[in-house]
Every structure is written in structure tokens, then in C-alpha cells.
Design a protein around this ligand. Structure first.
Ligand code: PLP
Length: 383
């Protein structure tokens, strides 16, 4: 039976039952498992498999509607595992130019060193992806919505392009989660996550995930994850992620309704130049968002009418928002992107990525939306 998303999140009747009948998945900290003649079981050594990890991997797959899920030690571990599992020297990648900075740095600093060339395109138009494809293109890599400018690409159209070129399409779906957008249903081959963000949802566990229906691909990824990088999610983080996933649908609804309230307030404020949020009718890809997503996500970014120092001073005035990088927890955070999450980029790289000195990124938490708006209103009033 195909249970609804919320049932699969909290108490999935189709999940493998716990051997001891626990309602809450037990935490197996053992790194090794008895292998005597009478006791050899499914598990040998935690890097190759652990019951707490198996339980959360199965839940990740069920939520994605995928055949396979892998739980890794960070979002970057998931991204690197996909790339190193798929690519060999001489291969070519087409990537959305608007990407999380860490992904771009890995492509430019590590993949390039392995003889893999990456072409960045404006993937808001799938035609640009098609024009960049080469016979040796093995991977197309996109985010939608992107970090931090909330740009979208038409995943279905990009999937067709990748398919025609015999390339794998991987979508970093961290901002949406499967509660809002399911890339495999849109034709992608692989969905990748930083579970550190909305999936775990409480800013207390670092992790990553890969979901796919492809039996051969998952074996390649598992080999790199377990035998190569050893980048498995630790049992305690699996336990926390399992717990966080139970409330994912509920949290995403509230993240979205709060983000909608904040974006609407900012869009009307005279000290705010631009608001980036796909839920706003003025967002250039609002119609695509409405079609491709179930909601618009919980992250808003905006530009204030101020220079870098004034923008930082505005952040310091906020009381409900915490000034911090990362996103997806129950608490609202805010950052000055140019000096914080994009602080490692050169001025030229930031300009090319569209990150101005007055850009602010605000992942919206679960607080009272009136308090969030009042906090922003008071701080903007001091600009
Ligand atoms: N993908 C996106 C879209 C992100 O925003 C991040 C981190 O901010 C990552 C991947 C990397 O995740 P992690 O920090 O868990 O390695």
C-alpha cells in the first residue's frame, strides 16, 4: 500500500519492524558485530552497515519514493561521493552557475585536479544546458531553488536534456526536501541532500543523503562511501535524523508559511531593494515554482538599501533572528552572505555569483511570524 507522505514520515507501516519491537528506532553504537559460526548476521562492521543507519536509509528512500537511500557524514560527503562515484579523468560536467559555494569549490579545486572539466551555465533556461553538453558529459548538476539567490531550473526539462546526452542528472534538493519537491519524480537520476539542514531540522546533526532508483549507481556510490571515503553517518546522527524526519512535513509547512509572511513584509519595505522568494508573484520563476514544487521552501534572501557595514549593523540589531550560517533548523537565522557563507570567495567570484555586499540570507524558523516581522521592522527602521 502506498501510504501518504506524512504517514511515511511518522509511523510508516511498510517500514521493516524493529527486531525487538521498539517503537522508537534503537541506537546501535557497536562498531563491530559477532561473526562466529552460529552468530554471523547481516552486520559485520559499522562502516559497512549498521542497523540504526539501515533504518534511517530506508526511511530516506521511502520519503523520496526511491528504491535506495544512503546516509553520509555531511552534505559535502554526499556530493563528493556522487562525483567520485561517477566521474573519471576526461569526463565533463555541466553545472548550474548558481550553486552552493562548497559544491563549486569542490568542483573547481578537486574535480579539476582529477582531470574532470566543469562548464557552468545559466540553467534557468534548459536550452543553455543542452548547448553545453558534449559527448563526454557524464553528469549534469543542479540545485533548485539555489543557495542563496533562490533561482530555479525546470528539473523535468533538464532531465530530458541529460537523458538525451546519456548523462546522469543529480539535483541538490537540500532547500526543498522531499516534502516540497521530489526530483526523481521529475526525471532526475539522483537526489542529494545536506541533512544538516531541513531534513534533520534542529541544527544539531551534520549529515548528507543520496537517493536513487538506479541499482548500479547506488552500488558505485556505496563503494566510494564505505570503502573509499568512509563517509558514513554515525549512529547517533542517524538516530537524530530519524527523529527529525518524523516532523519534516509539519515543520516544512510552518517554515513555508512563516517565510511567505516575512517575504511579503520585506517586499513592501522601502529599505529593501529586492526580495528573492519563489512564493512571491514577482519572482521571475514563480509559475515554475508553483508547478514543480509543493510550496516554496523556507529560505528568503533580500538586498537592503545599504552598504556592507550598514547591512552588518542591521543584522546586529535583530533579536529574534540569530546571526549565523546554515539553515533549516527550527530557529530563524540570518547572515550577511558576502562576509559569511561566501566569505571564502574573491570579490570577482562573488560578483559573478550575484552576491552583492547588501545581500542577506534568512532561513525562516518556526517562531511566531508576527515576532519575526516585528524584529525585522525594528531593525530596518534603524538603517
Ligand atoms: N548543499 C547545499 C544547498 C547547502 O546549502 C550546503 C551547506 O550549506 C551543502 C550542500 C553542504 O552541506 P554540509 O554542510 O552538510 O556538508
Amino acid at each position: 500500500m502506498d501510504y501518504g507522505f506524512e504517514t511515511r514520515a511518522c509511523n510508516d507501516p511498510a517500514a521493516e519492524p524493529s527486531a525487538t519491537g521498539d517503537v522508537v528506532r534503537p541506537l546501535h553504537l557497536s562498531t563491530t558485530f559477532e561473526m562466529g559460526p552460529s552468530s554471523e548476521g547481516e552486520y559485520k562492521y559499522t562502516r559497512f552497515g549498521n542497523p540504526t543507519r539501515a533504518a534511517v536509509e530506508s526511511k530516506l528512500a521511502r520519503l523520496e519514493g526511491a528504491d535506495h537511500g544512503l546516509a553520509l557524514s555531511s552534505g559535502m560527503a554526499a556530493i563528493s561521493t556522487v562525483c567520485f562515484g561517477l566521474l573519471s579523468p576526461g569526463d565533463h560536467v555541466v553545472a548550474f552557475e548558481s550553486l552552493f559555494g562548497g559544491t563549486k569549490a569542490m568542483f573547481d579545486d578537486l574535480l579539476a585536479g582529477q582531470g574532470v572539466e566543469v562548464t557552468y551555465v545559466d540553467a534557468t533556461d534548459a536550452g543553455n544546458v543542452a548547448s553545453a553538453m558534449r559527448p563526454e558529459t557524464r553528469l549534469v548538476w543542479v540545485e533548485s531553488p539555489t543557495n542563496p539567490l533562490l533561482r530555479l531550473c525546470d528539473v523535468e526539462a533538464v532531465a530530458k536534456v541529460a537523458d538525451e546526452g546519456d548523462a546522469t542528472l543529480a539535483v541538490d534538493n537540500t532547500f526543498s526536501t522531499p516534502a516540497v519537491q521530489r526530483p526523481l519524480e521529475l526525471g532526475a537520476d539522483v537526489a542529494v541532500y545536506s541533512t544538516t539542514k531541513f531534513l534533520n531540522g534542529h541544527s544539531d546533526s551534520m549529515g548528507g543523503a543520496i537517493c536513487t532508483d538506479d541499482d548500479a549507481l547506488v552500488e558505485q556510490f556505496r563503494f566510494v562511501q564505505e570503502r573509499g571515503f568512509g563517509a558514513v553517518l554515525a549512529p547517533f546522527d542517524c538516530f537524530l535524523l530519524q527523529r527529525g524526519l518524523k516532523t519534516l512535513p509539519l515543520r516544512m509547512r510552518r517554515h513555508q508559511s512563516n517565510a511567505t509572511a516575512v517575504a511579503a513584509f520585506l517586499a513592501d519595505h522601502p529599505e529593501v531593494r529586492t526580495v528573492h522568494y519563489p512564493g512571491l508573484e514577482g519572482h521571475p520563476q514563480h509559475d515554475l515554482a508553483a508547478e514543480q514544487m509543493d510550496g516554496y521552501g523556507g529560505v528568503v534572501s533580500f538586498e537592503v538599501d545599504a552598504d556592507a557595514a550598514e547591512t552588518r549593523a542591521f543584522l546586529e540589531e535583530l533579536e529574534v533572528f540569530d546571526v549565523a550560517v546554515s539553515l533549516g533548523g527550527v530557529e530563524s537565522l540570518i547572515e550577511h552572505t558576502a562576509s559569511m557563507s561566501a566569505g571564502n570567495l574573491t570579490d570577482e567570484e562573488r560578483r559573478a555569483a550575484g552576491i552583492s555586499e547588501s545581500l542577506v540570507r534568512a532561513p525562516i524558523g518556526l517562531e511566531d511570524p508576527d515576532d519575526l516581522v516585528a524584529d525585522l521592522e525594528a531593525a530596518l527602521g534603524k538603517l
